[in-house]
Design a protein around this ligand. Structure first.
Ligand code: PMP
Length: 369
């Protein structure tokens, strides 16, 4: 064990206590019904695998350009131009997963003491990365329906606010923001000239309405997407971002001195992924979302999630850790809300699993309630 004085001050706020406790418990369960996993249960599309294997055979095993291969960037840029109706193709930076883009963005944008605003519940990485950059996370609560609270957001902005992080469809709530909500957020951000980081890693999983992007309504957006969730490529480490040129240039420079590049063969696979049809998987998750809502909606008072593959469920009696402990005792693995929030009143279910596992898990959760 290294003495603690060897560890830098900036690591003081970085901890994994909440989620680690759950996984420690899980390690002791045999054959748990696992509703805790934040990744798709389907396979990477075959043409994507084939292309990555072919790339290895062709000898594409070396560093790529720091910003990503020309083939992948060209295709992503063209897709952005088409989706957003932009006159020109934007600059694109391919990163080591969307997480890579988040790390680069935080270190590029946040000065010590700067405040970074995001909605609570939030993707847990935001809080830790803001701390890593020396910033101060500012959470704006969205309970009980997880809609963005515009008044609270406006009130949270101070002289020290540096940027806003948005995540729609959201982890852990499955909330999907409407174009009107995004425009209202953009209006407030524009008044203060604030950059918005829009984490759209779940954009493929939108069940009730077409996906609305912040990048379509606000110029000062750093748009983050990736292949981990849409194409089940979590282990491949390919994400990408586009936004203001000056910011992308600095992030690229930092990538050169950190991640270097996203894996070469994974980038080749990602080119093929852009042509893969994932609609059957999205339809399957829409059906699972309906199943979760039908099973838990009334009993638990669950707000129907519109996207991603999570439901954030009120725990009976408002005691998430207590309820999650009981669920784990009954062999169902879910995650307490305190991992994603300043409150511990809800628990997260991932329904990215087989119907059989999901049915059994939902039955047990209902019986516990
Ligand atoms: N953003 C959100 C909201 C996520 O849920 C995740 C993965 N859990 C990521 C970013 C990072 O994904 P990756 O690094 O695999 O692209």
């Amino acid at each position: 064990m290294r003495p603690s004085h060897a560890i830098a001050e900036r690591m003081r706020h970085i901890d994994a206590s909440g989620i680690r406790k759950v996984f420690d418990l899980a390690a002791r369960m045999d054959d748990p019904i696992n509703l805790s996993i934040g990744q798709p249960d389907f396979e990477v599309p075959e043409p994507v695998k084939d292309e990555a294997v072919a790339a290895i055979a062709r000898g594409e095993n070396k560093y790529t350009q720091t910003q990503g291969t020309a083939a992948l960037r060209r295709k992503l840029a063209a897709a952005c131009r088409d989706e957003f109706g932009w006159a020109d193709e934007p600059p694109v930076l391919v990163t080591s997963g969307t997480s890579g883009a988040l790390v680069l963005a935080m270190l590029t944008l946040v000065n010590p003491g700067d405040e970074v605003v995001f909605f609570d519940p939030y993707f847990v990485m935001y809080r830790h990365l803001v701390h890593l950059a020396g910033g101060v996370p500012v959470c704006v609560e969205t309970y009980p329906d997880f809609r963005p609270d515009l008044d609270a957001f406006a009130e949270a902005i101070t002289e020290r606010t540096r940027l806003l992080i948005l995540n729609s469809p959201a982890n852990p709530t499955g909330a999907v923001y409407t174009a009107d909500e995004l425009r209202a957020i953009a209006e407030i951000a524009a008044e203060r000239g604030l950059l918005v980081i829009s984490d759209e890693i779940y954009n493929a999983f939108c069940y009730d309405a077409p996906f609305a992007s912040m990048a379509a309504v606000y110029d000062n957006t750093l748009l983050l997407r990736g292949f981990s969730k849409s194409h089940a490529m979590t282990g491949w480490r390919v994400g990408w971002c586009t936004g203001p040129t000056g910011i992308l240039e600095k992030m690229t420079m930092l990538q050169q001195y950190s991640f270097v590049c996203s894996p070469s063969m994974a980038q080749a696979g990602a080119v093929a992924a852009l042509d893969a049809d994932i609609s059957a998987h999205v339809a399957a998750y829409r059906r699972k979302r309906d199943k979760v809502h039908a099973a838990l909606g009334e009993t638990f008072g669950l707000v129907r999630p519109g996207g991603a593959f999570y439901a954030f469920v009120p725990a009976p009696g408002g005691d998430a850790t207590g309820f999650v402990t009981r669920a784990i005792e009954h062999n169902v693995l879910v995650i307490p809300g305190s991992v994603f929030s300043q409150r511990d009143t809800h628990f997260r279910i991932s329904y990215a699993t087989s119907d059989d596992q999901l049915d059994r898990g939902l039955d047990i959760l209902r019986s516990l309630a």
